[in-house]
Design a protein around this ligand. Structure first.
Ligand SMILES: [Zn+2]
Ligand SMILES: [Zn+2]
Length: 167
């Protein structure tokens, strides 16, 4: 039974982390934390970008879960495992498949993975703090809806956006 509980904690942590990351991306990174995140919406020079500091902060949270988890609160250890697995998924999908920062051997295959890549490219269609769409990393809304939202956001800002065809 406890194995099932532990698996449930790991899965819940991965889902919870996507919701948390979505909120942080929308309200912090595209808000008061734009100073770090801007580097990810502009041309990158070199291997690292300032935005990677967010991943460092999250890895400290996961490390804290492992440390306190091994001191008697074992459920916290499994939360740490969920956060770590989320970080690996994020690296594969976001840095590997979408941004090609990691030497990822293959392109996105399958309907959902293609949608995920297209949705995040639409997030990057705007290089500004405001007006962006699609803030999730492993969950993506319907691409047609995102394009409509993005065009509406740009129209409000008086910009005419050319959305490049992402495949
Ligand atoms: Zn962003
Ligand atoms: Zn990105």
């Amino acid at each position: 039974m406890s194995v099932l509980v532990n698996i449930a904690i790991v899965v819940a942590s991965i889902i919870g982390m996507e919701i948390f990351a979505w909120a942080i991306h929308k309200y912090v990174m595209h808000g008061p934390g734009w100073g770090w995140h801007e580097s990810h919406h502009t041309e990158t020079h070199g291997i690292f970008e300032k935005n990677d500091l967010y991943a460092v902060v999250f890895s400290f949270i996961a490390a804290g879960c492992f440390i306190f988890g091994s001191m008697g609160h074992s459920w916290l250890w499994y939360v740490g495992l969920g956060l770590t697995l989320y970080g690996i998924l994020y690296a594969i999908v976001h840095d590997g498949l979408v941004h090609r920062r990691l030497p990822f051997p293959r392109k996105a295959r399958g309907r959902y993975m293609k949608r995920l890549v297209q949705a995040h490219r639409l997030h990057h269609a705007a290089h500004t703090k405001d007006g962006c769409v699609s803030f999730g990393f492993i969950w993506a809304e319907d691409v047609r809806k995102l394009k409509t939202d993005l065009k509406a956001n740009m129209a409000v800002r008086g910009q005419n956006l050319q959305i490049e065809q992402a495949d």
